[in-house]
Design a protein around this ligand. Structure first.
Ligand SMILES: Cc1ncc(C[n+]2csc(CCOP(=O)(O)OP(=O)(O)O)c2C)c(N)n1
Length: 325
C-alpha cells in the first residue's frame, strides 16, 4: 500500500473510534435511544475490506453498522442526526442506529434480524448476474460485500445464502467478523465449528484473515472482491475482538475487565499507529494532531445533530412502504 493510503486508513479508523465514543456519551445523556451496538475494536475490518470496493459495488450489513457506513464514505453529520432521530438523518431519523443506509453509495443497510440480510445480499448479487447475463446489461459488473457476525452463521439463512450463491456463482463476498462473541455467548459455546470459514468451505473458497491488521485485511479483501467479480463467491473470516459490550446496555457478566485489558494489545488502531511510526510515516505529534482534528470534527457533528429539527408529524406515515398505502 502507498503511504497516503495507510495514513488515510488510519484517520478513518480514528474517526470511527471517535464517532463511537461520542455515541456512547450521547446515549448516556439520553440523546440517543434504542439499541446501540458499538464497533470499537473492529475498525480495521471495515476500513480494510470496504476500501477494496468500487463505487458500483454494493454493501449490506447488520446492526453493528456505524463503522461500515463511515468506511463507505457516508458523512458523519447525517449519521449522528439519524441516531438523534432528527429529520436531517440518513433515514430522516426514522431508522436509527441499526438501519443506516444510503442508496447513493449502494449501502443497503443496516439490518436488525440476525442472519436475514445474508439472503437480501445474495438477492442483490443474483440481480446483478441476471441483469448482465439474461437482460444483456454489460455494465452490470458490481460485487456485493455482506458483513455479519460469527453468531449469524448458526442460522438456516446462512446455509441458504452460501448454497445458492455457490450454485449460481454469484458475485458476492461473505465477510464474517469473528469477534468471538454472539451477545454474551463465546464462540466455543455457540458453534461446533469455531473456524467459521470452514462452515462455507463445501460451497466456496475462503480463508481466515487477521481483521486487526488493516493492511492484511485490504490485501485479502482485494483478492476476494476480484474473485467474486470474475469467478463467484468468496468467504472471508476476519478475526477481531469487540472491546465494548454487545450493545450499550450490556453489563458484560461473561468476561472480566482483565479479559478485555489483555486484548487491548490487539487494538487495530494502536497496531497501525505503531506500524506507521516504525516505518517513519507518522510521528507521535502528527498522531496527536489527527486525534485533535477528529475530535473537533466530532464536536461539530454532535452540534449538527443537536441543532437539527425533529421530523414533522406528517412524516410519521411516509416512506414505510415503497408504494404508499
Ligand atoms: C433472528 C434473531 N435472533 C436473535 C436476535 C438477538 N440478537 C441480536 S444480536 C445477536 C448476536 C449476534 O452475534 P454475532 O452474529 O456474532 O454478531 P455481533 O453482534 O457479535 O457483531 C442476537 C442473538 C436477533 N436480532 N435476531
Amino acid at each position: 500500500m502507498e503511504k497516503q493510503d495507510l495514513l488515510a486508513d488510519y484517520r478513518t479508523m480514528v474517526l470511527i473510534r471517535s464517532f463511537e465514543e461520542h455515541c456512547q456519551q450521547q446515549y448516556t445523556r439520553a440523546r440517543i435511544g434504542g439499541f446501540l451496538h458499538l464497533y470499537v475494536g473492529q475498525e480495521a475490518v471495515a476500513v480494510g475490506a470496504i476500501g477494496a470496493l468500487k463505487a458500483q459495488d454494493h454493501l449490506v450489513t447488520h446492526y453493528r453498522d456505524h463503522g461500515h457506513a463511515l468506511a463507505r464514505g457516508l458523512e458523519p453529520k447525517p449519521l449522528m442526526a439519524e441516531l438523534f432521530g432528527r429529520s436531517t438523518g440518513t433515514g430522516k431519523g426514522k431508522g436509527g442506529s441499526m438501519h443506516f443506509a444510503d442508496k447513493n453509495k449502494n449501502f443497503w443497510g443496516g439490518y436488525a434480524i440476525v442472519g436475514a440480510h445474508l439472503l437480501l445480499a445474495m438477492g442483490i448479487a443474483y440481480s446483478i448476474k441476471y441483469k448482465r447475463e439474461v437482460l444483456g446489461q454489460a455494465d452490470q459488473d458490481g460485487v456485493v460485500m455482506c458483513f455479519f457476525g460469527d453468531g449469524a452463521t448458526n442460522g438456516g439463512e446462512f446455509y441458504e445464502a452460501v448454497s445458492m450463491a455457490a450454485l449460481y456463482k454469484l458475485p458476492i463476498v461473505f465477510l464474517c467478523e469473528n469477534n468471538e462473541f454472539a451477545m454474551g455467548t463465546p464462540l466455543s459455546v455457540h458453534t461446533s465449528v469455531t473456524e467459521i470459514h470452514k462452515k462455507a468451505s463445501p460451497f466456496m473458497p475462503g480463508e481466515r484473515v487477521n481483521g486487526n491488521d488493516v493492511e492484511e485485511m485490504r490485501a485479502r479483501a482485494l483478492y476476494a472482491v476480484n474473485h467474486a467479480r470474475t469467478e463467484g463467491p468468496y468467504f472471508l473470516e476476519a478475526m477481531t475482538y469487540r472491546l465494548r459490550g454487545h450493545s450499550a446496555a450490556d453489563p458484560q457478566m461473561y468476561r472480566t475487565r482483565d479479559d478485555i485489558n489483555a486484548r487491548r494489545s490487539g487494538d487495530p488502531i494502536a497496531l497501525l499507529k505503531q506500524k506507521l511510526i516504525d516505518q517513519n510515516l507518522l510521528t507521535e505529534k502528527q498522531a496527536k494532531q489527527i486525534e485533535k482534528d477528529v475530535e473537533k470534527e466530532m464536536d461539530a457533528v454532535v452540534q449538527f445533530a443537536e441543532e437539527s429539527p425533529a421530523p414533522d408529524l406528517s412524516e410519521a406515515w411516509t416512506e414505510i412502504y415503497s408504494k404508499p398505502l
